[in-house]
Design a protein around this ligand. Structure first.
Ligand code: ATP
Ligand code: MG
Length: 223
């Protein structure tokens, strides 16, 4: 379980996250919504151990983010808002490169299988020749190499066609429901959020988002 208590983060005088508390259980898909600048990426970066909060505590399976950072990192897969892959390398070379850096040891066929599960079959093609949606899939496959328990995805479906969106959505759903992963992801597509998420975290006590999501029947945590 991911347990976030009384989290706060400011940039100088700019208070972004105030006293945020929530938990995420294995098997759950959590949607993170809020207007531009609300603090979604900031929260994901903190949960991914890339940024530190000013206050509050976070635990992943009882490992404290402060004292057990290494254990925590092994269980996290993070896909940033901006794609992070090697453009000059092929899909295969990207996967092999990141496998070397990862905590896991995977064979080439296992790495290929990870890509195929997301319908990314351009194994020998240079990353720069892939479409935006395919690059996102590759970035996601890279993140899954070490089999993380907590997946943090910053706008994984932005700017991609409906078919790929559905593929990514059902892939994430499967990861949660069949492999008991925790998934926290952001999106500005409220239809997708309503369809895919078990619960929704709305940052900023925003009546606009709360109104749109109220009819979804999903639990909304407004923070
Ligand atoms: N490194 C930083 N230094 C100073 N301010 C920052 C930094 N990173 C983010 N901010 C500010 O924090 C606020 C929240 O930014 P964040 O990127 O988390 O928003 P967001 O909800 O992800 O927005 P979007 O929907 O546009 O992606 C913004 O006002 C942003 O300018
Ligand atoms: Mg963002």
């Amino acid at each position: 379980m991911l347990d976030v208590q009384a989290l706060a983060k400011s940039y100088d005088e700019n208070h972004i996250l105030h006293n945020l508390s929530f938990t995420v259980n294995p098997g759950e898909v959590i949607g993170l919504v809020g207007e531009n600048g609300a603090g979604k990426s900031t929260l994901l970066r903190i949960l991914a151990t890339i940024d530190k909060p000013d206050n509050g505590s976070i635990k992943l399976f009882n490992f404290s983010y402060e004292t057990k950072r290494k254990n925590v990192r092994k269980s996290i897969g993070y896909v940033p808002q901006d794609i992070a892959i090697w453009e000059e390398l092929s899909v295969k070379e990207n996967m092999l490169f990141f496998e070397k850096l990862s905590y896991a040891s995977k064979s080439e066929s296992q790495l290929r299988e990870l890509c195929l599960e997301m319908n990314l079959d351009k194994w020998y093609e240079q990353a720069k020749t892939l479409s935006g949606g395919m690059k996102r899939k590759l970035n996601m496959a890279i993140t899954l190499i070490h089999d993380p328990n907590l997946l943090l995805l910053d706008e994984p479906t932005v700017g991609i066609d409906l078919k790929s969106k559905k593929e990514i959505g059902s892939y994430l759903w499967k990861q949660a429901k069949e492999h008991n992963k925790m998934i926290v992801y952001t999106s500005h597509d409220m239809d997708e959020i309503k369809e895919l998420c078990d619960r929704i975290i709305c940052i900023g006590h925003d009546p606009f988002y709360e109104g749109i999501l109220a009819k979804s029947g999903k639990e909304i945590i407004s923070i």
